[in-house]
Design a protein. Structure first.
Length: 330
C-alpha cells in the first residue's frame, strides 16, 4: 500500500511512473493524468538538442520575445526541464525519495557542522540568533525550523543520542506513512514541541530560555511506535532489554515530575538544563499521530516487519531507546 502523489488516496496496488518516478493510484497512473514531468522531454530526455529558440519565438511573427538570442522563455524552460529531470527517476531527489529519515539525519549533522563553525569560529551570540529558539526572540522565525536540526555545539552527546533514535526508529514510521508525511510529521512535531515549551515559559514568567535539538521530534516518533508496537523490544543503552511501552511511558513520567518541580522553582518546564516539557509535548503528538494512523500501520505491517539492532529470532531486541541529552536543549 502506498499514497498517491496526486490525490493522497491509499492504493493497495500502487503504480510507479517510469518517467517521473512518483507513485499513483489507478486513476492518476497515466502520465497525462498526473501532469508527468517526463512528457515534455520524451524525445530528448537529456536536453541535448534544446537551444531554447522555439520557446523564445513568437509563433505569429517569428520575432524573439526575450530581446536576446534564444529569448528568456527558452532559459526558463531549460531551467524547468533541469528541475524536472533532477526530481524524476534517476535525479538527485530520487536518492531522498523513500529515505527521508536519512536525509533528515544528514541535515542534522550538516547543521551541526555549521554550528561548530559559527559558535567556535565566529560568535556564540550569532549562533544563538541562527540556531536557538528563544523565548525573548520569537520573531526570529527561522529558528523555529533550524532549532529542530540544531544541537549543543559543546559536545557530541546531544546529537548522538538523537541520531540514534532517528536512525533506528525513524524508518519504521516512514515506511508505514510515506516519506512526505513522515517529513511533515517530524518537523511539525519538533516545531510544536519547541514552541510549546517556549510559550509555556513565557506564560509562567520564567527567565528567558532557549531550546534546540531534535528530541521533541524523536519523542514523537517513539510515541507513534508506543501506539503501534507497544510490546516491541528495545535495548536501553544497548544493554538492558525492555518493551518500548515501559521505556517511553517511564521517561514521560520522569519528565512530568521534573516539569512540575521546574514550575514550582520558576524554571518554566526545564530542569537540569533539559527542556522536559518539550519531550512531553513531542510524546503527546506522537501518541495522537499513532492513534490516528493506526489503521494504516496495520495494513502496511507497521513496525512489525523490521528488525532493529541486530535482532535475532522472531522477537529479537531492538535499538536503543530514549532521546535527550544535557544542556539547554530538548
Amino acid at each position: 500500500m502506498a499514497t498517491c502523489d496526486v490525490c493522497g488516496e491509499y492504493e493497495n496496488l500502487p503504480y510507479q511512473c517510469k518517467r517521473c518516478g512518483q507513485t499513483f493510484c489507478a486513476e492518476h497512473r497515466l502520465p497525462e493524468n498526473h501532469d508527468c514531468s517526463g512528457l515534455g522531454e520524451w524525445s530528448d530526455p537529456g536536453g541535448v538538442f534544446d537551444s531554447g529558440f522555439d520557446d523564445g519565438v513568437d509563433g505569429r511573427s517569428g520575432r524573439t520575445t526575450g530581446g536576446s538570442s534564444g529569448g528568456s522563455g527558452g532559459v526558463v524552460t531549460r531551467i524547468k526541464r533541469r528541475i524536472d529531470r533532477e526530481t524524476s527517476t534517476g535525479g538527485l531527489v530520487s536518492y531522498v525519495r523513500g529515505n527521508a529519515t536519512y536525509a533528515i539525519l544528514a541535515a542534522m549533522w550538516i547543521t551541526f557542522l555549521a554550528q561548530l563553525i559559527v559558535y567556535h569560529g565566529i560568535s556564540p551570540a550569532l549562533h544563538e540568533q541562527l540556531f536557538v529558539l528563544r523565548s525573548d526572540a520569537l520573531g526570529n522565525v527561522w529558528t523555529w525550523v533550524t532549532s529542530v536540526l540544531s544541537h549543543s555545539p559543546v559536545g557530541l552527546y546531544h546529537i548522538l543520542g538523537n541520531s540514534i533514535v532517528l536512525f533506528f526508529f525513524g524508518p519504521l514510521v516512514e515506511r508505514a506513512v510515506g516519506s512526505k508525511r513522515f517529513t511533515a510529521f517530524f518537523f511539525g512535531a519538533g516545531i510544536a514541541a519547541g514552541l510549546g515549551h517556549i510559550l509555556f515559559a513565557i506564560t509562567t514568567n520564567a527567565p528567558p530560555t532557549g531550546v534546540l535539538g531534535a528530541s521533541g521530534a524523536g519523542f514523537a516518533i517513539l510515541g507513534v511506535l508506543t501506539v503501534w508496537r507497544p510490546n516491541m523490544e528495545v535495548l536501553l543503552f544497548f544493554v538492558i532489554p525492555m518493551k518500548i511501552k515501559y521505556l517511553t511511558w517511564g521517561i514521560a513520567l520522569i519528565s512530568a515530575v521534573l516539569v512540575v518541580q521546574s514550575v514550582q522553582a520558576g524554571g518554566g518546564g526545564s530542569a537540569g538544563n533539559i527542556a522536559h516539557l518539550a519531550h512531553l509535548i513531542g510524546f503527546a503528538i506522537g501518541l495522537a499521530f499513532g492513534k490516528r494512523n493506526e489503521g494504516l500501520a496495520r495494513s502496511t505491517g507497521g513496525a512489525g516487519g523490521v528488525r532493529m539492532g541486530g535482532a535475532r529470532g522472531p522477537r529479537g531486541p531492538g535499538g536503543p531507546g530514549g532521546p535527550g541529552g544535557p544542556g539547554g536543549r530538548f
